[in-house]
Design a protein around this ligand. Structure first.
Ligand SMILES: Nc1ncnc2c1ncn2[C@@H]1O[C@H](COP(=O)(O)OP(=O)(O)O)[C@@H](O)[C@H]1O
Ligand SMILES: [Mg+2]
Length: 385
């Protein structure tokens, strides 16, 4: 569907596509999502689109929120929340699970539901569980509203560090060594699970990266140097996800590459390098968002290496059946091979984030990026594709 052929009422002037920017959410990346939404709201072309900001609170309520990007920033190291931006009472925004009805309403107990108008496309700028993991995408499929980014399967695969690796491996992409501790394994026999990790360390050496299988923004990840730190690391990971993935450390450089869907298919951006931050043991949450560690764009790679990582990034996009956008993160290992670490189906999208910076360096500025994503979503309809 293009901008020109939106359903119009006879005799009415053509109306602009209405974009619902959905942000916040229940994951630990709530605050970063609000920051991203602020940047998107600032960049979106209001002459071309109508905008409806919908914030999801940390306990999952869909709230009507202020369209005030300036209030959606990190101030004094404190992240913004949807709660601070909520305009109305304790009611919720409802997107009907009815493909024939795109009318969004605001509903409060005891009050007449308030019509908020139709939504033509949803731009979900949510990271992590209940946003980037396929659950929201499932709701949007049921609602019949097109949305920006990957569908249910790709979102779920991109959120789960175990299944992501399994998919990549099956498509011939190289991943680093890992072992998974599933919830039942840990609950039934902790010492057997611990032994599995110790044996893995025996094969691959310390340090190990202990991670929640489905989180993001480095939250819950510990780099463990020896057996002494293992239990604390598992406990910390399990605070975010009962499934834990333990990875051997991949020695090498961290290289990222953006993929964006154009009219003729996905294309890769110039890659970036994330230099090892001095003050942080690895690229952790503080390094990413608080100290805004600068990535080097373009990554200082040979032309062959650049072409290779771009090819692999598009392969990763296709392997997981992604749509719209992806940031593919690699290690350029000491043996010269690119090892894929992960894909992010809704990568950090703030002005200092790597994905927009890589596209900027590839000739596509932030507002154009937002526009291309919305257009890619409007070109698709929901349903199997
Ligand atoms: N196996 C690994 N070897 C070396 N460094 C790693 C490894 N796993 C993670 N890291 C470091 O930790 C950071 C965060 O890990 P990542 O798996 O990307 O988690 P998230 O999904 O939270 O971004 C990476 O950017 C990298 O700096
Ligand atoms: Mg990462």
């Amino acid at each position: 569907m293009s901008t020109e052929n939106l359903p119009q009422s006879p005799g009415q002037p053509p109306r602009k596509p209405r974009v619902a920017v959905v942000f916040g959410g229940r994951s630990s990346e709530h605050g970063i999502s609000v920051v991203t939404a602020g940047a998107v709201l600032r960049a979106i072309d209001r002459t071309k689109y109508d905008v409806l900001p919908i914030g999801i609170t940390q306990d999952g309520r869909w709230a009507l929120t202020a369209d005030e990007p300036d209030r959606m920033a990190i101030v004094d190291r404190r992240q913004p929340t949807v709660e601070q931006l909520t305009e109305e009472g304790e009611g919720g925004v409802i997107l009907p699970v009815d493909p024939a009805n795109r009318e969004v309403v605001y509903s409060e107990p005891g009050a007449v539901p308030k019509a908020l108008g139709e939504v033509d496309v949803v731009l979900p700028v949510l990271h992590g569980p209940y946003g980037e993991d396929g659950t929201l995408q499932g709701l949007l499929e049921l609602s019949g509203v097109p949305y920006v980014g990957s569908g249910v399967l790709a979102s779920a695969v991109g959120q789960d560090k175990e299944y992501m690796k399994r998919v990549f491996t099956s498509f011939g992409l190289k991943v680093g060594p890992y072992v998974v501790i599933r919830p039942r394994e840990w609950e039934r026999d902790q010492s057997a699970a611990r032994k599995k990790i110790v044996d893995f360390a025996g094969d691959h050496g310390w340090p190990l990266f202990v991670k929640p299988a489905r989180a993001g923004s480095s939250i819950g990840i510990t780099k463990v140097d020896s057996l002494a730190g293992l239990d604390d690391a598992i406990e910390e990971a399990r605070r975010h996800d009962p499934k834990v993935i333990v990875e051997a450390a991949v020695r090498g450089r961290e290289i990222e590459c953006g993929v964006l869907e154009f009219e003729d298919g996905p294309r890769a951006s110039v890659p970036a390098e994330i230099p090892p931050p001095d003050a942080h043991a690895y690229y952790d949450f503080e390094a990413k968002y608080i100290d805004s560690t600068p990535g080097v764009v373009p990554a200082p790679l040979t032309p062959e290496e650049t072409a290779e990582v771009q090819r692999l990034a598009v392969e990763a996009f296709e392997a997981a059946s992604c749509e719209g956008l992806v940031r593919a993160d690699f290690f350029l290992a000491e043996d010269g091979d690119f090892v894929i670490n992960e894909i992010n189906t809704m990568p950090g999208f703030t002005p200092i984030s790597m994905y927009p910076k890589m596209w900027q360096a590839s000739g596509i500025g932030y507002p154009e990026l937002v526009d291309r994503l919305i257009q890619a979503a409007l070109r698709r309809s929901t349903g199997l594709r």
